[in-house]
Design a binder for this molecule. Structure first.
Ligand SMILES: Nc1nc2c([nH]c(=O)n2[C@H]2C[C@H](O)[C@@H](COP(=O)(O)OP(=O)(O)OP(=O)(O)O)O2)c(=O)[nH]1
Length: 133
C-alpha cells in the first residue's frame, strides 16, 4: 500500500528567489506549510501553518493555486510519498521564523542540492516558468 502524506505549502517568489524554511536541527530546506487539521480546506491550512511557522498573516483573498506535486517524503521510510498542494498568496506582517522553523532562506536553482525531493520538482517548475533564477 502506498502511503501519501497530504500537505499544503506556500510558494512565495520575489525577484527570482523563492522562500524556503529549515527546521531546527535539519539541513534540508522545505517549502513552508503543513498537514491539514481535521476538516480544514487548503486556504485554512495555509493561513494557520504560515502564521505558526513564519509569523505572518496570509491574505485569504490573494490565495491562488500553483499546482500539486508529489515525491518521496523527506526522512520517511521508502514508499512514503508527500503530496504538496502549492498555493501562492500575499501576506501582511514581518517574516520571522517561529515554532520549529530555525531559518528562512531565499532560494534559487543553485540551492537544489539543499532542498527535499518534492521541492526539487517544484523548483524545476518554477525555473521552467522563469520565476526563479
Ligand atoms: N512542508 C513541507 N514538507 C515537506 C517538504 N518536502 C518534504 O519531503 N516534506 C515532508 C517531510 C515529511 O516527510 C513530510 C511530513 O511532514 P512531517 O511529518 O514533518 O509533518 P509535521 O510533523 O511537520 O506536521 P505538520 O507541521 O506538517 O502538520 O513532509 C516541503 O518542501 N515542505
Amino acid at each position: 500500500m502506498t502511503n501519501v502524506i497530504d500537505k499544503v505549502a506556500w510558494i512565495y517568489v520575489v525577484d527570482g528567489k523563492v522562500l524556503g524554511a529549515r527546521s531546527t536541527g535539519k539541513d534540508t530546506y522545505y517549502f513552508p506549510g503543513g498537514k491539514r487539521e481535521h476538516g480544514e480546506g487548503d486556504a485554512e491550512t495555509l493561513v494557520r501553518e504560515i502564521e505558526e511557522e513564519l509569523s505572518v498573516q496570509i491574505l485569504p483573498e490573494t490565495i491562488a493555486e500553483f499546482g500539486s506535486f508529489e515525491a518521496p517524503a523527506h526522512g520517511k521510510a521508502e514508499g512514503v510519498l508527500v503530496r504538496m498542494t502549492c498555493l501562492t498568496a500575499d501576506f501582511t506582517g514581518e517574516l520571522a521564523p517561529a515554532s520549529e522553523i530555525e531559518e528562512l532562506a531565499w532560494l534559487t536553482y543553485k540551492d537544489i542540492d539543499r532542498v527535499s525531493a518534492v521541492s526539487v520538482v517544484i523548483m524545476d517548475k518554477l525555473r521552467e516558468m522563469g520565476l526563479i533564477s
